[in-house]
Design a protein around this ligand. Structure first.
Ligand code: FES
Length: 116
């Protein structure tokens, strides 16, 4: 694991298709909101920024999935994203997906791996 890996949360805080965990990453000297979710057993993380308008996806903190638990949804206008890739699947994201972040799950914890 990279030396500068940053703890996001314990693995059991992320239920499959359930609530996500918000965290922040520093990019170009600014802190930007991000989130991690679990889908089909794996953990994925993205900048918390819709492809339509650069707002955060969750009105209720941590609520990133739609009711089906199969898609990530922006609560502002309902754009849908694939949890495993961030790809825009429909709605106002108009083909513009979520920006992914590298994460690693190890020994019961989830880490953000900053890019060198
Ligand atoms: S701001 Fe996300 S769909 Fe419009």
């Amino acid at each position: 694991m990279a030396a500068d890996a940053r703890l996001i949360c314990a693995s059991d805080e992320l239920r499959d298709g359930g609530a996500g965990v918000r965290f922040a990453v520093v990019r170009h000297g600014h802190e930007e909101p991000a989130f991690a979710v679990r889908f089909r057993g794996r953990v994925f993380a993205y900048y918390n920024r819709c492809g339509h308008v650069p707002v955060e996806l969750d009105w209720q903190p941590g609520e990133f999935f739609d009711d089906s638990g199969l898609y990530l949804i922006c609560t502002t206008h309902g754009a849908l994203y694939a949890p495993e890739s961030g790809r825009c699947l429909g709605g106002r994201c108009n083909g513009k997906g979520l920006a992914p972040l590298p994460v690693e799950e190890r020994e019961g914890f989830v880490y953000f791996i900053p890019e060198e």
